[in-house]
Design a protein around this ligand. Structure first.
Ligand code: CAA
Length: 308
């Protein structure tokens, strides 16, 4: 193998434009992906397991659209139109007509492989793209849960999805050229994202660099090397990052960081990827960051962080 992304299996060309998308999961990533699709004039169907989760997902998207209006990124009319393009279902069978499905459920390999096996039966169009937003699970494992692994790619978005312009596109040894070209064209030309390609290695490009950095910051807190506030202040003021590593860990979710670190450690057996005990204890305590209101910082209803 060269040092490039894994070579796709065939040389077909891109098919027609994708205008019907399915998103599985309306948590922080799924909701963000559904929102950017709806804002890009795409018909979006979102799967959530229950009506309550679907209602919470819709409310999350509407709040973000409101924020888009108040910050002058979209007009009231665009907000209304995007909201109309979003539908929810709790029956995966409704995804039969989707041209692209993006799975964005929790980082659990068993859950994700079961979804891909089911989707493969439901979405029968051979040109359809089955994508995962996984942060770290090798895409091949998801592809091999299907009978058509040539349709499976990784499309990895970044949080907050409406704000961050990157998508990592991950092709496997089995992904067809047609599918990778369609997925890239959709992310770039329809969603207006910029695309980088990564080989199918746990963590891909961004998390392979980000996760050891976040884990090192958590180890610094654990050892008493510096306080949470000072570590974040040092990085914001000293490196001009928009937020420090502990605030960023809270934004991503400590449960997600643990899952990514576990997956990267399993793949590379690199001690730097091993989750430190403080991270494990915080996840066990349910203090996983912004989404539960408490992580390295506390998040009152206003959403503004305060010290632990
Ligand atoms: C773990 C993984 O697998 C993948 C990951 O996701 S890794 C995590 C990647 N994410 C990051 O690194 C986030 C880093 N942090 C940031 O980018 C910023 O701190 C932040 C965007 C989260 C918040 O920034 P902020 O300055 O406090 O907020 P705010 O000023 O309200 O918003 C920043 C910009 O986004 C825009 N924005 C915010 N919410 C928006 C929305 N819902 N829709 C559209 N635009 C929005 C704002 O208008 C503003 O735009 P301008 O700079 O042009 O004015």
């Amino acid at each position: 193998m060269s040092g490039q992304a894994d070579a796709p299996a065939t040389n077909a060309v891109a098919g027609d434009k994708i205008s019907r998308v399915g998103v599985i999961g309306a948590g922080q990533m799924g909701a963000g992906i559904a929102e950017v699709c709806a804002r890009a004039h795409v018909d979006v169907l979102v799967f959530e397991q229950t009506r309550e989760l679907a209602a919470a997902g819709r409310a999350r998207i509407l709040r973000s659209l409101d924020r888009g209006v108040s910050s002058g990124k979209i007009t009231e009319r665009e907000r209304e139109q995007a909201a109309w393009r979003l539908r929810f279902t709790s029956d995966l069978g409704d995804f039969a007509d989707r041209q692209l499905v993006v799975e964005a459920v929790l980082e659990d390999e068993k859950v994700k492989t079961a979804i891909f096996a089911e989707l493969d039966q439901i979405v029968t169009d051979p040109k359809a793209v089955l994508a995962s937003n996984t942060s770290s699970i090798p895409i091949m494992k998801l592809g091999m849960a299907t009978k058509h692994s040539e349709r499976v790619v990784g499309m990895h978005f970044f949080n907050p999805v409406p704000v961050l312009p990157l998508v990592e596109l991950v092709t496997t040894l089995m992904t067809s050229t047609e599918v990778s070209v369609r997925a890239e064209a959709f992310a770039r030309d329809v969603l207006g994202k910029q695309v980088v390609r990564s080989a199918d290695r746990s963590g891909f490009v961004v998390n392979a660099l980000l996760v050891p950095y976040l884990l090192s910051a958590i180890r610094m807190v654990e050892s008493g090397f510096a306080t949470v506030e000072d570590i974040d202040k040092a990085i914001v003021l000293g490196l001009a990052h928009p937020m420090g590593p502990l605030a960023l860990s809270d934004l991503v979710g400590l449960d997600t960081i643990k899952a990514i670190a576990d997956s990267m450690y399993e793949e590379f057996k690199e001690p730097l990827y091993s989750p430190p005990p403080l991270l494990l204890r915080m996840v066990e305590a349910g203090r996983v960051g912004k989404k539960t209101g408490h992580g390295f910082y506390q998040y009152p209803a206003s959403g503004r962080p305060s010290s632990k």
